[in-house]
Design a protein around this ligand. Structure first.
Ligand SMILES: C[S@@+](CC[C@H](N)C(=O)[O-])C[C@H]1O[C@@H](n2cnc3c(N)ncnc32)[C@H](O)[C@@H]1O
Length: 270
């Protein structure tokens, strides 16, 4: 993983940036007007910046891509919450959500929390695991801001109350548990292979790839998950990808550019 520096757009965010730099053991850089006068404060590669709209990942290369942040209160996430198709969405069907049953989900590969947030919106209790400390920090900050926004939005408050997040490796987490059901559904969306996206999103995806790398242990995660899910394991893949670990699922559901491979272990209640 490249060295990431931590910075802040305004001195009022300095304490947050200092705390994060200390927690992650990463260098703190002052890019406010006074700080930039010192050449050691120059930025290169990627950096995490605290600013008015929260924590974001930026590239020091101008116009490479926009800031990468978790935003659950506006934009695409908020639009999907209101108009996304509810239980008719492929992800909802894959996980087995119905009017009578909203499962408890363990998401082994949280990433930026997009899928987890959709599932929580549909009523699932969800535990997100993310091992990469940079990605975890971005997600943690996004959830914190969503929770704050929930003070003026009861629906959003209910959604965020259903989400928990741990900064841990999912393989170690599962191995520490006995091989018996620990969640209704175990969900995984490993990093590789790359999905087809627009040029702009592709650049953001590349940045994300550079930070996270390929998820080489995804096959092992599937085996661990199959021994610990109560009803199903759901694997998200790009439409053109082969089955994870060459293991044929019970069936697959096609999303827009993705596919959900469902490993059914037991009939769902309801
Ligand atoms: C493709 S992203 C997931 C995207 C996510 N579904 C979303 O909607 O934003 C994969 C993420 O899983 C994380 N990951 C991969 N293997 C993991 C593991 N064994 N334990 C915890 N996190 C893992 C990676 O660090 C990466 O952030």
């Amino acid at each position: 993983m490249p060295t990431i520096k931590i910075t802040y757009s305004d001195p009022s965010y300095q304490p947050n940036a200092e705390a994060l730099a200390g927690k992650l053991g990463l260098p703190l850089v002052d890019i406010t007007d006074s700080g930039l006068k010192t050449s050691q404060n120059a930025l290169a590669g990627y950096y995490l910046e605290y600013a008015i709209d929260g924590l974001c990942l930026k590239s020091a290369v101008r116009n490479e891509h926009g800031p990468i942040r978790c935003d659950f209160t506006s934009g695409a996430s908020s639009h999907r919450r209101k108009y996304g198709g509810g239980n008719g969405q492929a992800i909802a069907k894959a996980v087995g959500i119905s009017g009578k049953f909203a499962p408890q989900v363990l998401d082994l590969t949280a990433g930026m929390g997009g899928d987890g947030f959709v599932l929580a919106t549909l009523g699932c209790q969800i535990l997100l695991l993310e091992r990469n400390s940079i990605v975890h920090s971005l997600l943690d900050d996004g959830l914190r801001r969503a929770s704050l926004a929930g003070q003026a939005d009861t629906e959003l408050a209910a959604i965020t109350s259903r989400i928990s997040l741990l900064n841990t490796d999912a393989g170690s987490y599962l191995q520490a548990l006995p091989a018996e059901p620990c969640a209704d559904i175990i969900y995984l969306d490993p990093m590789f292979p790359e999905r087809k996206k627009s040029a702009k999103v592709k650049k953001e995806m590349q940045a994300f790839h550079g930070i996270v790398g390929a998820d080489e242990d995804a096959s092992e995660l599937l085996q661990l998950a199959l021994a610990r899910a109560r009803y199903r394991v759901v694997v998200k893949r790009s439409s053109s990808a082969g089955y994870l670990a060459d293991t044929t699922p019970s069936y697959s559901l096609e999303g827009k550019s993705t596919r959900f491979d469902v490993f059914a272990l037991q009939k769902l209640p309801g």
